[in-house]
Every structure is written in structure tokens, then in C-alpha cells.
Design a protein around this ligand. Structure first.
Ligand code: SF4
Length: 95
């Protein structure tokens, strides 16, 4: 999720320049809670992410920068944390 609502000429060539969430309501990407309207917000944000050309880069950025809030790359913070936990477990698991 971008923190800006308009295309920024300084981002030419940057993945954020191709974000499908440009111009979307930022609140969609930061639902509060995980019940009721927040679930609908998250679903709508994820729907937007699925059409985004920058989705993979966005998710990589969120994982690397340990973004703890919001929907990035089509995943909630809980889903990103689950990926990290699985990745950590697979690194420490004996072969
Ligand atoms: S993947 Fe989603 S949050 Fe990330 S830039 Fe695209 S639309 Fe925005």
C-alpha cells in the first residue's frame, strides 16, 4: 500500500509508480480489527492488490521492512507474519 494518493513523478521506474492502490482510499488497506466492516475492507484491498502490477515488489518491500500494519502485496500483517514463521521454521529444521 502506498502512502500517497497520486502518482509521483519522482517515483518514475519505482514499483510504487505502478501501484493499483494509487487514488484508492488508504483506509481500505489499514482495516482496524478483523471482524465486521474490517473484513470487508481487507477483502476489497486484497481485490485491488490482485490486479496490481507491483504486487510482488510491494510484498517483498513489506517483508523486508517488517511492515507490521496494513495490507501490502495482497496480504494482511497476520498472513505476512505466518510466512515469516514458516520460513524461520524451515531454516532451523534439521535436514
Ligand atoms: S500490491 Fe496492493 S498495496 Fe501493494 S502497491 Fe499494489 S495495490 Fe498497493
Amino acid at each position: 500500500m502506498m502512502s500517497m494518493n497520486e502518482k509521483n513523478p519522482n517515483l518514475e521506474g519505482d514499483w510504487r509508480h505502478f501501484s493499483a492502490c494509487i487514488g484508492e482510499d488508504p483506509e481500505l488497506f489499514f482495516p482496524i480489527g478483523n471482524t465486521g466492516p474490517a473484513v470487508l475492507q481487507a477483502e476489497e484491498a486484497k481485490r485491488i492488490c490482485m490486479s496490481c502490477d507491483a504486487r510482488v515488489k510491494c510484498l517483498e518491500w513489506a517483508m523486508q521492512s517488517e511492515e507490521n500494519f496494513g495490507i501490502w502485496g495482497g496480504l494482511t500483517e497476520g498472513e505476512r507474519q505466518a510466512i515469516k514463521r514458516r520460513s524461520k521454521r524451515s531454516r532451523v529444521a534439521p535436514e
